[in-house]
Design a protein around this ligand. Sequence first.
Ligand code: UN1
Length: 514
Amino acid sequence: MSLACLEVLGINALKQGDTYYSLLTGNTKALGEGSSFSVYSPIDAEKLSSFNNATPSQLDAVNLELKEAFKVLRSIPAPRRGELVRRIGDEARKYKHELAQVISLEAGKIVPEALGEVQEWIDVCDFAVGQSRMLHGLSIVSERPGHRMMEQWHPLGPVAVITAFNFPMAVWAWNAMLGLVCGNPILLKPSEKAPLCALAMYQIAQNVIADMEDIPKAAVSVMIGDRQLGEAIAASDTFPLVSATGSTAMGRAVAQTVAGRLGRSLLELGGNNAMIVSATADLELALRAIVFSAAGTAGQRCTTLRRLITHESVVDTLVERLSKSYDSLPIGNPLAEGNLVGPLIDEASYNKMQASLAAAQQQGGTIVCGGERVTEGVPAKGYYVKPAIVRIAHNAPIVHEETFAPILYVLTYSDFEDAINIQNEVPQGLSSAVFTESIREAESFMSPAGSDCGIANVNIGTSGAEIGGAFGGEKDTGGGRESGSDAWRNYMRRTTNTINYGGELPLAQGIVFE
Ligand code: UN1
């Protein structure tokens, strides 16, 4: 396995001996002062890197740097901050293949999907550059003579971004590119499974900052550490906003700590995404969407399709065709051309998948195909699995859990209203889809009485959202919205200004106080 991408991106300079830095602020580079850990590629279990955990006490010095950086950044005109992000996007374009390679090495993504993830970063740069000239508020009429009112949006402060292994670049980029144009320094705490991706992004940004003297270097900072560091970040009032992506359990812990100091959290947590396939659906289209959404990324997207709510009249045909497609899915080394399903992230993930399949069977489910480990034609030590299809009742407890692996539960319905109830009956609320040719079904699915998810699609799958829309979901998914639409407002504080240009001092609500 070639690690040449690390050399090209300049990541190899970010270490002392064999140990990479865990604390990088543009001004300061330091090893972590905590326990050491190594990262192994999910592709073949080859060792990729060693780090020491950065500790909560190391956070104090970083916080000071971030606060200083904020003082500078907040007064730089937003379009100039847009220029920073525009150049970061150009740099990401230039190194797109190397960046994708790092994603594949650490997260095990097939090359086309890794390239797609870097493209999300590039796309959100373009979006954020435009936004940097549109950070506008309202002009509001006043009830008082000689007065006017307006809203302004100001930079918020240092923003902490805690990310997961499965989208190590895109999720940071959604937060960081918008956060930067909004005038905030960004501290990333990446997943300990994908720290080299964080170093790559840091290096790309610092290459740009080196040519922009007015931009404080700590605007793009990284700390690599374990749960304790995450807890310290959540507890630190340096961060008016903590954006966290990952499991519901992690998000709940972060949110409680942040709420305890009345900070804000922006959460994008677990999904248990469903697609309703109606009797009228174009099965050809549905089939392609299902395979990408359910088996793509080896089932390791927040938006992965996990529940297929199928009309009873089409379920047998659909399952038969689906299992045929699954049979011919090329599974193997994600770096090799043609493979569509790479490895699971690690052994623990494989074990969880097996436990979920066993639970599904105990709860009355039948495995139609898949679930077993693939050992032939794949690198020996990776955890490659055949994506599984399981027929099971919609209310089996396991169906209501998110297992971060390629298991597709096939459920049935007869009445469309029931299908919507089944879609909504799980704790999570991220992404959903319906395949139908009926305008009534499509519109009911998107109506207030329809899907309760943050994303509700018609005739496309649950995964692979574009950056232009707000991304996130309800209930156990955490309620946050990142990336497009008006998500930029998360990274700013709103002030309401009332200005008196008259010579009197009338009070609001007609109060006379004299
Ligand atoms: C995630 O899995 O955390 O919609 C993000 C998608 C991608 C982002 C997924 N654009 O599948």
